[in-house]
Design a protein. Structure first.
Length: 292
């Protein structure tokens, strides 16, 4: 049976990604405003004109219309083009990383769609939190569901085993899907951090959206990789925060959303989590071992 060339698979994944990115633009606009993402159809937010199918061709329609509504001339944000392009690139990378070279069908197909859907939810979260300082529950819960169902399918097909969680002070172990362990540990860690920080600093340092997003990340990547993504998020956030203060864009008292940093950390570990964990173990753990 002839196989499809990888470049063609990557191209198809990119095209599908831009289509999904077009839908994500609808979610990014409507979810923070508590509007339905189904009805009405896509329309210009300025003149309310319903857009035709040829007005919604990903990437091309935006460029052909010169960043403006064809019907009223109102400017269209470059974010629409950026979301479609980023989602297309992410889908292409996901196909390259988790596609046929990573296994045999239907196993790689399950991995590809799971990481593609999870990444799509992260992209929407990134832009919504960046602009509105909120993370809609629908997106985090969708990410949690994707991770759990990914685990269930792999357990049913025999490509994944249940994690055996020890019960403290006993010799017993409870078999659980790894996604459930990730949800509880990652979400619970952020919840504990939020409670402690509230009583120590007398203000909310971690929102409920961040807690649910942490649970979604824990549901989709290995526990060690998830914890690494949070460390990366703190590191990225620190660099960006210092940069904003240095250039006068923010002060120390200004709020900087943490969700986009968590998304960036999650994207890094989706593709490079295993390699980074090996580097951490080799350099850091070996250094500690030899030092003491």
């Amino acid at each position: 049976m002839p196989t499809m060339p990888e470049w063609l698979g990557v191209l198809i994944a990119f095209i599908y990604g831009t289509v999904v990115g077009s839908f994500l633009n609808v979610c990014i606009w409507r979810l923070p405003r508590d509007e339905s993402i189904i009805q009405p159809g896509s329309h210009c937010p300025h003149c309310q004109t319903l857009l035709r199918p040829w007005d919604l061709i990903p990437l091309f329609s935006f460029l052909l219309q010169r960043c403006r509504c064809k019907y009223c001339g109102a400017p269209i944000s470059w974010r629409y083009f950026g979301v479609e392009l980023i989602t297309g690139i992410y889908f292409a990378l996901t196909y390259h990383w988790f596609g046929p070279r990573a296994g045999y069908p239907p196993y790689w197909i399950v991995d590809f769609f799971a990481y593609a859907l999870f990444g799509a939810s992260l992209i929407a979260i990134f832009f919504i939190d960046l602009e509105h300082y909120i993370i809609p529950d629908q997106l985090s819960l969708f990410g949690i569901a994707v991770g759990f169902l990914h685990d269930v399918v792999k357990i049913i097909t025999g490509t994944h085993q249940l994690a055996k969680v020890p019960i403290p002070f006993t010799s017993l172990k409870i078999p659980l899907p790894a996604s459930v362990v990730g949800i509880v540990v990652c979400g619970g860690s952020f919840l504990l951090l939020a409670i402690v920080s509230y009583y120590v600093f007398r203000k909310e340092a971690m929102g409920g959206g961040d807690i649910k997003l942490a649970a979604a990340i824990g549901a989709n990547v290995a526990l060690g990789a998830a914890m690494l993504s949070f460390l990366l998020a703190v590191f990225i956030g620190g660099i960006i925060g210092i940069g904003l203060i240095v250039f006068g864009k923010k002060t120390r008292k200004d709020y900087v959303p943490f969700g986009p940093m968590m998304v960036a950390g999650a994207f890094i570990v989706v593709f490079y989590g295993t390699d980074l964990l090996r580097l951490f173990e080799y350099y850091v753990c070996n250094y500690i071992y030899t030092a003491y």
